[in-house]
Design a protein around this ligand. Sequence first.
Ligand code: MN
Length: 238
Amino acid sequence: MRGFSSGRPLIGITVNRDYRRERLWLPFAYSRRLEEAGGIPLLLPPLQESAAGVMPGPLKAVLLGGGGDVAPFYYGDKPAPGLGEVDPERDAWEIALVRAAFSQGMPLLGICRGMQLLNVALGGTLLQDIGVAGYLQHHQKAPRHHPSHCVELLPRTRLAGILGRGHLAVNSFHHQAVEAIAPGLQKAALSPDGIVEALEDREHPFLMGVQWHPESLLDRASEFLFRAFIGAAADAAL
Ligand code: MN
């Protein structure tokens, strides 16, 4: 756990865009969990890429939330039949935002698509569809707060240190997965079928991605994760 700060850091959260209905949306749980952990969440709509460089000004950290697939163009691939809905303009904005925040050492937490986006923004690639034989069911049909598969938290990772354990039961709502891990990132959790379920950068003040949805899991481990993220943001603000 990072140091205490009485400040309440502003945390940007990327949101989903429904471009057909011209709506922006975000499940409420993200902002509630950040608020409970001591932050003040601010929703970030997709902006022009040029805004990414100035955006980090008032923000102390960025949470990349869930959503649709990352367009394969951004990791040098072509669309496969299993690719889901993509919003390439959203991707371009978030990639620019990650690179700007990363270069400034700003804490970053990626959740589900957000972890995949972090990996792509920093030079990694994705598997376009793991909803096929040979993998576990990673898009569960159970309620969001219900853990459906187990992950092994790899020894000596920051994530295992924050969560204080070696295994964790998680929920799972993804049909894509990390393939090649971006240079500088390390895997921090694996599912029993070998899918990368968490990433981190041990050289960075706080850069972590989880493939599950801790904002919907009502467990202590998720609370520890959000508190560590807000703690890092508060430290960055000092
Ligand atoms: Mn999973």
